[in-house]
Design a protein around this ligand. Structure first.
Ligand code: SAM
Ligand code: SF4
Length: 342
């Protein structure tokens, strides 16, 4: 469907958990509390939202988190999402720690591509950023995924770690068909405490280092990254520059949080609580349990879908025209990235 600014909404990011096995300091530093399990959408609820979104024209789904692979039914969920009529591609974004372990299950589930978040190839820096010492595991996962023929992109939040840091990441594309994308730090959650490396100056420094670097007009995905190629390299370099390359005019996405809130813009809390519709009339149990989907109910149930559709259409119709990251006082989103999914 189109929003009131004429943008076609065809991409939904689905955060399937707020839990993570890393502690990236700009996302989920030590001390961030996990939400009660009951608050997290069940597989069937996520499917119900996906059915509805697909009916409204969403074709591409990105499974995210928290760390999606810490959720036990992640691969089952990917397979179920792939089977939703109208969904063309289901991709995953992961920190890569458990990717090696689940690679074959993900392939069997039909995953279309995988993004691995990796900000540095320096083991010390990696441990300082993520709070864990598992860089080798992540690198091995990436290698295995590439060898398995899966489309892999690396996402690196731009941190001021020196020239060697971005150069080592860019160099991955020399030998491997892997796009390396740099993401400007957004002032959401703990990200507010970190400076944003301006991608205009990062690009200038890269061009000085790789003078033959040139714009790459080929389509690489369904998102806002702007790509460059370096002759002789198998992978391209991408820039996702939310702050210094505002791309809101072509925004095609909405986000479903792990707690079932459909967010229409990263910057604002605008959206709709789909969980309230999915669980209408149900009471929160006293015990700390997972939510149990009622037996016999189908995620594609007609009445449920009608109510979800009305709510989604209203929220998407009113999707904000543009973010306001340049005016931090106007940001209304108080949630952490761990709950939103990036
Ligand atoms: N755990 C998975 C991972 O790391 O890919 C998926 C969830 S994570 C929240 C998704 C992406 O959001 C990661 O690439 C992460 O680096 C990025 N991210 C987290 N906080 C951010 C911020 N404040 N600004 C920009 N990107 C951020
Ligand atoms: Fe976990 Fe990803 Fe957030 Fe890092 S960026 S803490 S890996 S959810």
């Amino acid at each position: 469907m189109r929003d009131e600014w004429g943008r076609t909404i065809e991409y939904m990011r689905i955060s399937i958990t707020d839990r993570c096995n890393l502690r990236c300091k700009y996302c989920m530093p030590d001390g961030v509390e996990a939400v009660p399990r009951w608050d997290i959408l069940s597989l069937e609820e996520i499917l119900a939202a996906a059915y509805c979104a697909a009916g409204l024209g969403v074709r591409f789904l990105k499974v995210t988190g928290g760390e999606p692979l810490v959720r036990r039914d992640c691969c089952q969920l990917v397979a179920a999402l792939k089977a939703v009529p109208g969904i063309e591609k289901v991709t995953l974004t992961t920190n890569g720690v458990l990717l090696g372990q689940y690679l074959e299950d993900l392939q069997r589930a039909g995953i279309d591509a995988i993004n691995v978040s990796l900000d540095t190839l320096d083991a010390g820096q990696y441990a300082a950023i993520t709070g864990r010492d598992c860089l080798d595991q992540v690198k091995a996962s990436i290698r295995r995924a590439v060898e398995a023929g899966i489309g892999v992109k690396i996402n690196a939040v731009s941190l001021d770690l020196g020239e060697d840091n971005w150069r080592e990441l860019v160099e991955i594309g020399r030998e491997h068909p892997v796009d390396v994308r740099f993401i400007e730090m957004m002032p959401i959650g703990y990200g507010r405490k970190f400076p944003c490396v301006d991608h205009r100056s990062l690009l200038a420094r890269m061009k000085a280092c790789y003078p033959a670097m040139e714009p790459d007009g080929r389509r690489h995905g369904y998102g806002p990254a702007v790509y460059y190629r370096i002759p002789g390299f198998k992978g391209s370099v991408g820039f996702i520059s939310a702050i210094h390359g505002k791309f809101c005019d072509s925004c095609n996405r909405v986000r479903l949080t792990s707690q079932g809130y459909l967010k229409t813009c990263l910057c604002y809390e605008d959206g709709v609580d789909l969980r309230a519709i999915l669980r209408e009339g149900e009471e929160r149990p006293k015990e700390p349990v997972h939510y149990r989907w009622p037996e016999g109910r189908s995620p594609s149930d007609g009445d449920l879908q009608r109510r979800l559709r009305a709510a989604m259409m209203q929220a998407i119709g009113k999707k904000p025209r543009a973010h306001c990251f340049e005016r931090p006082q106007d940001i209304t989103e108080a949630a952490n990235m761990i709950a939103i999914g990036g």
